[in-house]
Structures are given as C-alpha cells and as structure tokens.
Design a protein around this ligand. Structure first.
Ligand code: C5P
Length: 243
C-alpha cells in the first residue's frame, strides 16, 4: 500500500489578523506550511505530500517550498496544486491530484504544524488495520453550550443557550485524519457542491456516507494555529523542542 498526505493550505487565516495567507506565516522563522509538510514527511509511510495552495498562489507556494527541501528520513515527493474557496473544495482538489496507486490518504491542516510523528503513525496504523476513517481526538477541557442559529442579532449581544451536551461524551478532533482512499474519494464525490462553509472535517463526510469513523488519541501539540495567542504557544513548543 502507498500512503499520501494532502495538506489544505489555501485558507486566508483571517482570525490570525492581517497579513499573508496563514500557511505562509513564519513560526520561529520557518513558514507554518513547511513545518506541516515536514510533520507529514517525518512518517516513513508517507511517500507523497500534496499541498493545496491558495487558488492563485500555487507558483508562489512551490517556490517557497523549494527553498526548504525535504532531506534524510523526511524525504517525500511533493506536489503543489491550486485550491478552492472552501476547505472542502481544497481537499477535493488535492485528492484529484493523487496518483492511482495511493491506497491510504491523510488529510492534514497546514494550520496544525506541530503534530508529532507518533500521532501521524498511529493514524496510519489504524487505517492499515482496517478502519476506513481514523481521527485523532482529545477530550474537551471547556464545557460546550449549544446556541440557536443567529438570526440578525448583533455580534456581542447576549445569546440564549439551547443546551449543554455532556462534556465527557464530546471529543475535539484534530488532523491528520486518515482514510482508505476509496472511501474518502467516494465521500467527497457524493457530497461535493456543499453550500456555505462546506465540511470543516473530512471524517464528517465519511460519517454521512454511513461508513464507520473511529478515534485514536490525539496530541496537545497538534493544536490548530488559529488566533494570535496560538502563534505564541507554537513558538514556545518549538523552543522547548530545540532546548
Ligand atoms: O479555517 P480553518 O482553520 O478551519 O482551516 C483549516 C485548514 O484548511 C487550513 O490549513 C487552511 O489553510 C485550509 N483551507 C483551505 N482552503 C480554504 C480554506 C481553508 O485549504 N478555502
């Protein structure tokens, strides 16, 4: 079997504040996307990494990645393709670029640059053991409230609470999510053309297909770099690794 990783990196990163697309911003001097590519290539099973660039940015991303060649045990083939308007569309375009002999696919957010290789390998191992969809996940620390869909209320207005799901039964999911390639292709083909934001989670599409999805332990260092404080945390993690 051959394993590839698709890295959607076409997001603008609005919540991180003004600046370059999120994946191209530096973490301790190296673009976040480079950290994410290395995190996938660090797994010996991953032979190919497909980076999904902003729709008009494939050339810029290719040039950037060429400045950080993969070496040693991180060696993997690298493809860069243009992405789409939503994460779901970007992943679909990345899957479309995979060669026919790929049987296992990881989908990994560029925004999770620090996922440890042991987590990547655990996801791949669970797919190889027969699970069509595998998701790294952690228990929640915060209690979660459900609210009604917003209907014109101004941001900052107090919101009515609709319910409180039992925290012990919730999990926060991370990436890389691992899939039997045919299952993920089928899910993206069946649920293409979603309106609005589209799916924020590939395993969710597989669930809608009716195929089983299982969780394996995630890792706190696989957190998503979304807001400015996350950059501070990511650089602290890198500093600790280098110490
Ligand atoms: O916005 P969010 O943090 O959920 O994005 C998760 C991942 O999806 C990021 O790596 C981002 O670059 C990617 N993405 C994408 N294409 C989009 C939107 C987001 O590849 N149109």
């Amino acid at each position: 079997s051959r394993t590839a990783a698709v890295i959607p990196a076409a997001g603008r990163g609005v919540r991180l504040g003004p600046g370059a697309p999120k994946a191209l911003r530096a973490l301790s001097g190296t673009p976040m996307l480079v950290h994410a590519v290395r995190a996938m290539a660090a797994s010996r099973a991953v032979r190919l990494v497909v980076v999904v660039a902003p729709p008009d940015g494939a050339e810029e991303v290719r040039t950037l990645l060429d400045a950080y060649p993969l070496t040693g045990h991180d060696r993997a083939e690298l493809l860069v393709v243009p992405g789409g308007e939503t994460r779901q569309e970007s992943v679909r375009l990345g899957l479309a670029a995979l060669p026919g002999d790929i049987t296992t696919v990881l989908v990994h957010d560029a925004a999770r640059p620090l996922v440890p290789v042991d987590t990547v390998d655990a996801v791949i191992a669970a797919v190889h053991d027969g699970a069509p969809a595998v998701v790294p996940a952690l228990p929640l620390t915060d209690t979660v409230k459900q609210v009604a869909p917003r209907t014109g209320a101004a941001a900052g207005e107090p919101e009515p609470v609709v319910g409180t799901p039992e925290r012990a039964l919730l999990r926060a999911v991370q990436t890389p999510q691992g899939f039997d390639r045919r299952t993920l292709d089928a899910a993206h083909a069946k649920f293409a053309a979603a309106e609005g934001e589209g799916a924020t989670d590939d395993a969710g599409l597989v669930e809608r297909l009716g195929s089983p999805v299982v969780l394996v332990p995630g890792h706190e260092e696989a957190f998503k770099v979304t807001r400015p404080l996350d950059l501070v945390l990511a650089e602290a993690v890198l500093a600790r690794r280098r110490a």
